[in-house]
Design a binder for this molecule. Structure first.
Ligand code: G6P
Length: 367
């Protein structure tokens, strides 16, 4: 049943294993497997004409929105501002006439995100929300809503709802790119095809469970952990750090790989595992050389990459976990899964309350 744990020890574990099904359900809502086209939902703004978008949310949902920003800017050449709702609501940002906004939320009830929604509407922005609960306040008050098909998520730390949010953002970005004539039919087909392969690849990523478990045994001994990524993998590095903090209570930081030399490199010694999200692709070599610098200072590099990155990273990394090789658009969705699994296993090893971490709530309806 949707509300039971089944054969799993924790809701989080069960929900982690629902990734392939949830991603399939979510993507099927917005992609046509026959024509390889994006079926954009009804939108409150015209993506071809909107001059600027504001993306806002809290917690993991904000990080999903942040990946969306990379995609929308890259694929649709549409300028995007992204800010956590608790900042946006008091920042009094200058909003553009005819501007649009996308709010992201699992529950659709988060107080700060609701406040951002009202502020944006008062500022004349047309607000679209990406929510998991169709009857939520956010779905009702927004000018339009798109749904993630994650089903009920019980674990406080988001898993399947997060990747479903990413899946929706990816579809929107492609659809906006088409509407703005930044993508050809061919590009759209190629990107859609890549996304349609995500559920199958998610199942392959889950098969790496044993290797992630071994990595977790190392991470569980650490006091501090650094997560590094570049481009659309940067918000996933932040998500990896957030998850680890939330459920294992280990201090972790996520950093843009290229920014490491401006501070966190001072922390690097042999006691700090550095988890690197490093799929092959245009930014691979940049990240690899940042990692090599960290390794040269005694840093213990634990790299997640694909077949094309293994050889290069094995020259200096303590551990390399090989994930399926996927196209650029799919990488952040798929790399989110091992960082969630890692946090899960570390928390189990540490004996914390995985589904109900201290001081946290699933839905934060107070400011
Ligand atoms: C809480 C949860 C987080 C979640 C955030 C936003 O802090 O512990 O896991 O990301 O709220 O929740 P929402 O329902 O708006 O996605």
């Amino acid at each position: 049943a949707a509300t039971g744990k089944g054969n799993y020890r924790h809701f989080m574990e069960k929900e982690l294993h629902e990734h392939p099904a949830v991603l399939g359900d979510t993507l099927r809502q917005y992609l046509d497997p026959k024509t390889l086209e994006v079926r954009l939902p009804r939108l409150p703004f015209d993506p071809a004409r909107v001059p600027r978008l504001t993306i806002s949310a809290c917690g993991s949902a904000f990080l999903a929105g942040s990946v969306g920003r990379y995609w929308i800017e890259q694929l649709a050449r549409l300028p995007v501002d992204a800010d956590v709702a608790s900042e946006l609501r008091y920042r009094n940002p200058p909003l553009m006439e005819e501007g649009g906004a996308i709010l992201v939320s699992q529950s659709g009830e988060t107080a700060d995100t609701m406040a951002a929604l009202r502020l944006l509407k008062e500022g004349g922005q047309k607000v679209l929300s990406v929510v998991n609960v169709p009857e939520s306040s956010m779905a009702r008050e927004s000018d339009g809503a798109v749904l993630t098909a994650a089903g009920p998520e019980i674990g406080v730390a988001s898993t399947k709802a997060f990747t479903a949010q990413l899946a929706v953002m990816a579809c929107l970005a492609i659809g906006f790119g088409r509407a703005r004539r930044e993508l050809s039919t061919l590009d759209e087909g190629r990107l859609t095809q890549a996304l349609l392969e995500v559920p199958g690849n998610a199942a392959l990523v889950l098969e790496k469970n044993e290797q992630i478990h071994e990595l977790a045994a190392e991470v569980a001994k650490a006091r501090d952990v650094l997560f590094l990524g570049r481009g659309s993998l940067y918000p996933i590095a932040l998500e990896g750090a957030l998850k680890l903090k939330e459920i294992s209570y280990i201090h972790a930081e996520g950093y843009a790989a290229g920014e490491m030399k401006h501070g966190p490199i001072a922390l690097i010694d042999s006691s700090v595992p550095v988890i690197a999200l490093c799929p092959s692709g245009p930014l691979f070599e940049k990240t690899a050389s940042n990692l090599q610098e960290a390794a040269a200072r005694g840093g213990r590099i634990m790299a997640l990459t694909d077949a094309d990155g293994v050889e290069r990273l094995s020259r200096f990394a303590e551990r390399v976990i090989e994930l399926p090789k996927v196209s650029e658009i799919s990488a952040p969705i798929l790399y989110a899964i091992p960082v969630q699994l890692l946090a899960y296993h570390v928390a189990v090893l540490k004996g914390t309350d995985v589904d109900q971490p201290r001081n946290l709530a699933k839905s934060v309806t107070v400011e």
